[in-house]
Write a protein that binds this ligand. Structure first.
Ligand code: NDP
Ligand code: MG
Length: 396
């Protein structure tokens, strides 16, 4: 590929967005920023525009757009401000763009990410919820358009690095027995079960190894994140849920492993810093500096592994059930989880009720086929509605 390449960062003001821009800024001859999007953190978005001078910035509404446009002009920048989902889709699909980083959190990222897929871009996927919701349609669109889909979720990037280049022939065909998906176990791995009743959002967001956005931090505490990643792995690598085993590995140094039929097990290791998978995917198949410190195995000294406990982590069981159920089940799981996590972060529910809400929603609604995007969004809307009903029924 010729350089520099234009990169659009969807969700630039978030944790993944900032890590991506840190890597990009180290390689000005290779990458130029085409567009940046933000949602609530508009001062941060303005500061990022001043630093990276994109052609476009995208914000949620017209009022905010006018303010940002004025501020950009005052700063002497030509950056044009676009609005809403239409603006996000436009900067994801623009013919000048070669790479799109999908780092919006939650279902809101689905349409813009799909716009990049349909335009045949190289997509660096962080927004796992998009793939969980619409996996079959998403992967069909990738094949149809010839888009290059590269995972930057650290586990999936690790699996990608441990698989042979021709893994799309099928895991069986390339001699893979199973995928071992590692999980840190989060901040509540050792918390006595009775104490989980009263844990706070601050405790849930205090991840022992990774610094991340609030939603994924809560997902990591409940291990719903690993459940979503199980579904993500099934779509990315064409695996059955039974071929993906979750392994708790508290040090977060091994980011996942691939087990081959000859007994070889390949692992990817590194410091827990998202700049490594981001740099890997940005430059793939080449390698570039990411700013991440070299791994010091002597300082780490030991690596531990244990099986997950489903009583402690019911969300993992619910996600596996949804993965096996297929159809609309993963979209419902994701939507119910988004509502439940938001309610927990707003202190409207207790932590164990996240799983209760998801369980109730999944039990109330039959799984249907999702042959079109409209069916995916219908399942998403219905699950949100049922989750809200649960909240009002319980007086929250
Ligand atoms: P953050 O919450 O830090 O950032 C989310 C980004 O999305 C922000 O730019 C935010 O804007 C924007 N955003 C939020 N809501 C909307 C919306 N409704 N419409 C448009 N944009 C919106 O999350 P993370 O960076 O931690 O995570 C992003 C994605 O990457 C998630 O899907 C997560 O699961 C995945 N991921 C994250 C990892 C991590 O280490 N952080 C690791 C692996 C995957 P603003 O901040 O301006 O409001
Ligand atoms: Mg991950």
């Amino acid at each position: 590929m010729s350089h520099p390449q234009f990169v659009t960062v969807l969700g630039a003001t978030g944790s993944i967005g900032l890590s991506t821009l840190d890597v990009i800024a180290r390689h000005p001859q290779r990458y130029k920023v085409f567009a940046l999007s933000g949602y609530r953190q508009l001062a941060e978005l303005l500061a990022l525009c001043v630093r990276h001078v994109p052609l476009f910035a995208v914000v949620p509404d017209e009022k905010v757009a006018r303010t940002l446009q004025d501020d950009l002009c005052a700063a002497g920048l030509d950056t044009r401000v676009l609005v809403g989902e239409g603006g996000l889709c436009e900067v994801a699909a623009d013919p000048r763009v070669s790479t799109v980083v999908a780092a919006i959190v939650g279902a809101a990222g689905l349409r813009p990410t799909l716009a990049a897929v349909e335009a045949g871009k190289k997509i660096l996927l962080a927004n796992k919820e998009a793939l969980v919701m619409s996996g079959a349609l998403f992967m069909q669109a990738v094949r149809r358009s010839g888009a290059v889909l590269l995972p930057i979720d650290s586990e999936h990037n690790a699996i990608f690095q441990c698989l042979p280049g021709d893994y799309a022939r099928g895991l069986g065909a390339v001699g893979v027995r199973r995928i071992l998906l590692t999980a840190s176990g989060g901040p509540f791995r050792l918390t006595p079960l009775v104490e989980l009743e009263s844990v706070t959002p601050e405790q849930a967001c205090a991840h022992p190894n990774w610094s991340m956005g609030r939603k994924i931090s809560v997902d990591s505490a409940s291990m719903m994140n690993k459940g979503l990643e199980l579904i993500e792995a099934c779509w990315l690598f064409d695996a059955q849920p039974s071929q993906v085993e979750v392994v708790i590995h508290p040090q977060s140094v091994i980011h996942s492993l691939v087990d081959y039929i000859d007994g070889s097990v390949l692992a990817q290791l590194g410091n827990p810093d998202m700049r490594t998978p981001i740099a890997n995917a940005l430059a793939w198949p080449e390698r570039i500096e990411s700013g991440v410190k070299p791994l010091d195995l002597f300082a780490i000294a030991r690596l531990d592994f244990q099986a997950p406990d489903e009583q402690r982590f019911p969300c993992l069981r619910l996600a596996r059930q949804a993965a096996e159920g297929g159809g609309s089940a993963p979209a419902m799981l994701n939507a119910a989880n988004e509502v439940a996590v938001a309610a927990f972060l707003e202190r409207r529910i207790r932590y164990p009720e996240i799983a209760s809400i998801i369980d109730a929603v999944l039990n109330q609604e039959a799984v249907v086929d999702v042959a079109e995007l409209a069916a995916v969004f219908a399942a998403d809307t219905q699950a949100r509605h049922l989750a809200e009903q649960w909240l009002s029924r319980h007086g929250r």
